[in-house]
Design a protein around this ligand. Structure first.
Ligand code: C2O
Ligand code: CU
Length: 492
């Protein structure tokens, strides 16, 4: 063989090797056209749970996700009808954008119920071709009510109605949003606020207001306006329930001292005044802020990011936007407020997991790119975290991916034990949405007390659509729904 031919042969063989390797990775990255999330990736039993496989129900046995309802016989205390549409959205500011509406507006109506009441929501899909669902972000509902297409129900198709029923058993600030093609539908405004008021009435004279933050077509708004007003008499206290429905974190700060009264629907124990400092609100998360209208009849301006704001005070009071305080002084929830009992002991967990977010090149859903990894694996080869009902679970959530990730576990609230090895010393920091910055690692714990199959994903919904999604599964639960293909279910 001539030298020339040998060179060509070597080149051909090398190219074939590269192409077939890439082809293999490409093939590995694809899922069958429809699949059950139970068959995705690999089971991760966690550390300390070697025995549990023996107990694991097979796909045929166990409890179906669809059966995990509650109070089916109890009449509803509150019935809400919601109708979702796709098309032009007229915001409260008068601007129109392309997106989705709920009962004609975006954000949709604020649902308000009292703690302990049974809420029934009848969701109608008027004309959204891709189908819709509603997820009750931050409410630990029974699994069958969780609203994740292909995991806890089928997407609601055009002309159909779906009924959600659950007891709102914890007072706090929550929100609802579609969990079907959510990286488009949530961004497009298929969402609204849900407020559960406490059984005991709040202090008389306190004004209670929702401030739902959403960016429409690159304009940041609070309740559909760049600037919203809360009319308050001098000296009157106001609770502002700030909800971040965007894909990234937002900083809040104000012209007067404020308190962080609650985080993700959990009251802070003994909140102190925050003065001249900001606070970070993660994507999907909520902060209830307490401010007092100044006694001299002026106003307080609460910035929700650099351009959107809430002004509290007499009707037309003007308050110029305050300079953002240095972020190095932001409220650290690890040390804010005072300690209180957790109600469980996280020091001897039944299972310990890690959820390490990284990034590397590869193929996801048949496409090449630079993708997020979970414990070193690309979607769909991600862990299925398996728990047994009643387990005390610890998880180390870490991030070395070069970007921030708002991590959200459905169906449970977890408590932060430590960040980067520094123990929590403030009020118990319960969360459902956690801002995990690049280089950070959080030690968190929760009790597995809500059986089902639960998403555990990044709430930057673009990242979720790129595969930053895992699930938490109880060992005796089975999955009747499927994702993809003819089912039309596309939760991300
Ligand atoms: Cu707002 Cu899967 O969540
Ligand atoms: Cu992310």
């Amino acid at each position: 063989m001539s030298k020339e031919r040998l060179r060509v042969l070597v080149a051909v063989v090398a190219t074939l090797a590269v192409v077939s390797t890439l082809g293999w990775f490409w093939q590995q990255s694809r899922m069958p056209s429809t699949y059950s999330v139970m068959d995705m990736g690999y089971l991760d039993q966690g550390h300390g749970a070697a025995m549990s496989m023996a107990h694991r129900a097979q796909h045929s046995g166990g409890r179906s996700v669809a059966s995990l309802t509650a109070h089916t016989d109890r009449p509803a205390d509150e019935v809400v009808d919601l109708v979702a549409r796709k098309g032009t959205v007229r915001l409260a500011s008068g601007r129109t954008v392309d997106g989705y509406t709920v009962n004609g507006t975006s954000p949709g109506p604020t649902i308000q119920v009292r703690e302990g009441q049974l809420l029934e929501v009848r969701l109608k899909n008027a004309d959204v071709p891709e189908g819709i669902t509603l997820h009750w972000h931050g409410v630990d509902v029974p699994n069958a009510e969780d609203g994740v297409a292909g995991v806890t129900q089928d997407a609601v198709t055009q002309g159909h109605t779906y009924v959600y029923r659950f007891v709102a058993d914890r007072a706090g600030t929550y929100w609802y949003h579609s969990h079907q093609v959510s990286h488009e539908q949530v961004v497009g405004g298929l969402l609204g606020a849900l407020v559960v008021t406490p059984r005991a009435p709040a202090v008389a004279g306190t004004i209670d207001r929702v401030a739902l933050m959403h960016t429409y077509d690159s304009v940041a708004t609070v309740d559909g306006r760049p600037l919203t007003r809360v009319r308050a008499a001098p000296g009157q206290p106001v609770r502002i329930r700030v909800i971040n429905t965007d894909n990234g974190p937002v900083r809040v700060w104000a012209t007067a001292p404020y308190r962080v009264l609650a985080v993700d629907g959990h009251d802070v124990n003994r909140p102190t005044d925050v003065d001249g400092r900001g606070a970070v609100l993660t994507a999907g998360g909520r902060l209830d802020l307490g401010v007092v209208a100044p006694a001299d009849g002026s106003g307080v301006r609460v910035q929700v990011g650099p351009t959107a704001a809430v002004v509290v005070g007499p009707a037309d009071v003007e308050v110029t936007a305050p300079e953002p305080p240095p972020s190095s002084r932001d409220v650290d929830l690890l040390a804010y407020g005072s300690p209180a009992p957790l109600g469980f002991d996280p020091s001897h967990p039944d299972r310990t997991f890690r959820y390490a977010v990284g990034r590397r090149p590869g193929f996801v859903k048949g496409r090449p790119g630079l993708f997020w990894t979970i414990n070193g694996h690309l979607w769909p080869n991600v862990p299925m975290f398996v728990v047994h009902e009643g387990d005390v679970v610890r998880m180390r959530i870490s991030n070395s991916s070069g970007d921030v990730h708002p991590m959200h576990l459905h169906g449970h609230h977890a408590v932060v034990l430590a960040r980067d090895g520094v123990k929590a010393t403030g009020s118990p920091w319960w969360f459902d949405s956690l801002n995990v910055q690049d280089g950070e690692s959080y030690e968190v714990a929760f009790v597995a007390d809500n059986p089902g199959i639960w998403m555990d994903h990044c709430h930057n919904l673009k990242h979720a659509a790129q595969g930053l999604v895992a699930h938490l599964m109880y060992d005796d639960v089975t999955e009747p729904y499927r994702v993809g293909g003819d089912t039309g279910n596309e939760p991300e």
